[in-house]
Design a protein around this ligand. Structure first.
Ligand SMILES: *Cc1c(COP(=O)(O)O)cnc(C)c1O
Length: 446
């Protein structure tokens, strides 16, 4: 099928999921790719766009995952394809550190403008989220001349050695892959649903505990950076209780610590704002971005205060591919799409529809402990009825039932008990509604 054929925006199941061709490819995969590279749903994709993924068997699935919050603008968005195609034909690589090109500078300018805060900023580009986080640590250490890095319970920052160490959850991210980098310290996060003394006490108590650990156990004067996701992604879409983030930012500022917002999952209109920090008016010193930045091409960035970003010596930052010209062209196309299609507005509409439907489901199904999230970053935390004991079994069963019906959903959470929804922001309304119908039937079935 040619790429020019429009992709019907419909769910269509013509075989079992996965179908025979997918199963054949999956058996090839098992013989060619290591077991460590797992797949959530072994349906092999042939085309994707809008709100659907079409597979090699001719099925069309509704996408509530966006390839983990990447295709915010949809797959193969027109402006991304046009700009990347033009760049692909012009040149594919020179290495920005050898002979530079405009696209990199243009992306840096866009990020400097769009990220929170009106101060003078600089942006460096990389290939992956983990690489961006690693570089944020390098920059913060170079600037502060300190070594300690503070991260939070339930945090996720990547799979490289340093970012594994920064990540909270052992299985599957860290198990057997140590030793991890030193000078990483973990402190509590304000997780309202599971705060023992109640959600109303959560922000103040969690901030006080975090600050006490930093001052008493680490020494604030030793801390280079505090790194936090303004909404924790892999940890289960945990929105820190309001007031927690500002308290941590204020503490960082008072103690000369670089505050790093990891917005790799939350950024680029996902939460209904350009960045999730915007919600509480947080202005991070450094912000890491990736995932949604370039419509699916690999690109990541560290953006931050000019004086901090410039602390690393010339040649100290970079990488062969960082800010690849095709990825930069795609990013400019993605950002253009976010603006022209008002994807912040779209994300907020998606959030309203989803939260409305999911809260109604919460009334009916006692495995739903909490519904939370902002914009098109919405989650349901599943519990054993009558309490708050995590229910990873029901979570897995519901995800499986959704997959069988042609709805791609992802799970998350330290306890494996969160269903998370990250639809492309361009998903048509009827597919959003149909996906939620499938989800409701899945809840009714467990
Ligand atoms: C996905 C993610 C990362 C890692 O990004 P990769 O591109 O997979 O290396 C880091 N931080 C957060 C918050 C993420 O969601």
């Amino acid at each position: 099928m040619s790429a020019a054929t429009p992709l019907p925006q419909e769910r269509r199941l013509v075989t079992a999921i996965p179908g025979p061709k997918s199963q054949e490819l999956q058996s090839r995969k098992l013989g060619a790719v290591p077991a460590g590279v797992g797949t959530t749903l072994p349906v092999y994709v042939s085309r994707a766009g809008g709100g659907v993924l079409e597979d090699v068997d001719g099925n069309s699935l509704i996408d509530f995952g966006s390839g983990i919050a990447v295709t915010n603008v949809g797959n193969s968005a027109a402006a991304v394809v046009a700009r990347a195609t033009e760049q692909l034909a012009a040149f594919t690589h020179t290495c920005f550190m050898v002979t530079p090109y405009e696209g990199y500078v243009a992306v840096a300018e866009q990020l400097n403008e769009l990220t929170p805060g009106g101060h003078d900023k600089r942006t460096a580009l990389f290939n992956s989220g983990a690489e961006a986080v690693e570089n944020a640590v390098k920059i913060a250490r170079a600037y502060t001349k300190r070594t300690a890095v503070v991260v939070f319970d339930h945090g996720y920052h990547g799979r490289t050695n340093l970012t594994m160490g920064l990540t909270a959850k052992n299985m599957p991210y860290k198990q057997g892959f140590g030793p991890f980098a030193p000078e990483i310290y973990r402190v509590p996060v304000a997780y309202p649903y599971r705060w023992l003394t109640g959600a109303e006490n959560c922000a103040a108590e969690a901030a006080a505990q975090a600050i006490e650990i930093i001052t008493k156990q680490i020494g604030a004067e030793n801390v280079a950076a505090i790194i936090i996701e303004p909404i924790q992604g892999e940890g289960g879409f945990i929105e820190p209780a309001k007031g927690f983030l500002p308290a941590i930012v204020e503490f960082a500022k008072a103690n000369g610590i670089v505050f790093v917002a990891d917005e790799i999952q939350t950024g680029f209109c996902r939460t209904g704002q350009w960045f999730a920090c915007d919600d509480e008016g947080i202005v991070p010193d450094l912000i890491t971005t990736a995932k949604g930045i370039a419509g699916g091409l690999p690109l990541a960035a560290v953006t931050g205060r000019a004086e901090i970003m410039d602390a690393a010596h010339s040649g100290g930052l970079g990488g062969t591919y960082g800010g690849n010209p095709v990825a930069c062209a795609a990013a400019l196309g993605a950002i253009e799409t976010m603006k022209s299609e008002d994807l912040n507005g779209k994300a907020r509409q998606i959030g309203e529809v989803m939260l409305g439907r999911l809260r109604a489901m919460q009334e009916k199904f006692d495995v739903i402990g909490e519904v939370r999230g902002r914009g098109a970053m919405i989650a349901v935390e599943l519990v054993k009825p009558g309490g708050k004991e995590p229910n990873p079994e029901a979570t897995a069963a519901i995800a499986k039932a959704c997959h069988a019906e042609g709805l791609v959903v992802l799970t998350a959470g330290t306890y494996g008990n969160v269903l998370r929804f990250l639809p492309p922001l361009v998903i048509p309304e009827h597919l959003l509604a149909e996906g939620l119908d499938i989800l409701e039937s899945a809840f009714a079935g467990v």
